[in-house]
Design a binder for this molecule. Structure first.
Ligand code: PMV
Length: 360
């Protein structure tokens, strides 16, 4: 599908004067990372992620019909309190999507949102929050155009979410989502995420992700700035090629369940993402000393016990510890004995692979 296919064209004369739509959308953790984009959040390479189960955003949108107006209006309440701090980011999102959902101008929107994870945990909430909001908007479009197919509904939700935050394109469905055109993934697109439909080995069906909260503060460098630094990055072209190759190799591993290669690729991706940050101009480091202490402790535990446990990182200091469900008890002992002291206030979140957003 092309960008033009997502422009709303009124097919029915259905009128909705008011109403409310609610969705819960998950966070996701990339195995092959997206870092570097063109205009309109078009990724420079394909990425693949596990959809998470417990970390999510719940959003409710109340609609009130108003006189047709050229300006779009909304209020935003976050975790029970009116919140103006997030409004500029939301206004930017609405500006980007209004051409695809022009009917929004006919309504005043009241948006209520809450996260299942602590706001200041350093876990990026933009993916789950933009996805939940995009799904509420699609429910409105579906109410105006009831004949819309389920496939179109989810594709357009991902398309809209992408315009809010690139990685949000991967927060609609599950358990594995590919975003970005890739020769080995049928129907893959730069415009939206698609469900990974090839064989998934059973070891990945309930893969675990324990998120160790190393630094619960505000990120020093936003991902927007980081992505933009890839434009003049000396290693950019090599990095985009490497990511696409890693996705080809990972899709083989997803089929065979070869955890040695899985762990190697996932850790290589995490460190390559941070290597890009450390070698851009200006350069920056988002890892903290405790991030490295955790990585070393995981490597030592893996060497001694042969447990298939590995790590990945987002654009921050927190560490995602990834392992099969069958290794839960062993990995919990690693966390309790060796990793907790490196977490801020001993905080961590237990999550696992999930199946995507839910209407609530
Ligand atoms: O969605 P953004 O623009 O915040 O980009 C985030 C990219 C990473 O989380 C660092 C990697 C990824 O693919 O999720």
């Amino acid at each position: 599908m092309e960008t033009e296919d997502f422009i709303y064209k009124s097919k029915t004369s259905k009128i909705l004067t008011n109403g409310a739509f609610s969705w819960q959308a998950p966070s996701n953790i990339a195995l092959v990372k997206y870092w570097g984009k063109q205009e309109s959040q078009i990724p420079q390479n394909a990425s693949i992620s596990f959809t998470l189960n417990n970390c999510h955003t719940r959003t409710k949108v109340h609609l009130d019909k108003k006189e047709k107006s050229e300006t779009f209006t909304f209020d935003f309440t976050f975790e029970g309190k009116k919140n103006d701090a997030f409004k500029p980011k939301l206004a930017q999102f609405f500006n980007r999507i209004i051409i695809y959902v022009p009917f929004l101008k006919d309504y005043h929107l009241q948006i209520f949102s809450e996260n299942s994870f602590p706001h200041s945990s350093g876990i990026a909430s933009s993916a789950s929050s933009m996805a939940a909001l995009a799904l509420c908007i699609m429910s409105l479009e579906k109410a105006l155009n009831p004949e819309m197919s389920g496939t179109y509904f989810y594709k357009k939700a991902s398309f809209l979410a992408r315009l809010g935050s690139g990685s949000a394109a991967r927060s609609i469905e599950g358990p594995l989502i590919v975003w970005g055109k890739h020769p080995t993934v049928d129907d893959s697109s730069d415009l939206y995420g698609v469900k990974y439909t090839k064989t998934i080995h059973k070891v990945f069906h309930n893969y675990q992700d324990t998120i160790l909260l190393v630094d619960q503060g505000q990120k020093q460098v936003s991902s927007t700035i980081g992505h933009n630094l890839m434009h003049q990055h000396p290693f950019a072209a090599k990095r985009f090629g490497q990511a696409n190759n890693n996705l080809t190799r990972l899709s083989e591993v997803i089929k065979t369940g070869d955890l040695e290669i899985f762990m190697q690729l996932v850790e290589l991706e995490a460190l390559s993402l941070h290597a890009m940050m450390m070698t851009s101009m200006p350069y920056f480091i988002l890892m903290k000393p405790n991030t490295l202490a955790i990585i070393n402790a995981i490597w030592e535990f893996r060497r001694v016990t042969k447990t298939p446990v590995c790590f990945t990182l987002d654009a921050g200091a927190n560490v995602h510890v990834l392992y099969p469900e069958a290794e839960k008890i062993k990995v919990q002992s690693l966390i309790d004995a060796h990793l907790l002291p490196f977490c801020q206030k001993n905080n961590y979140i237990c999550d696992s692979v999930g199946n995507g957003a839910l209407e609530i």
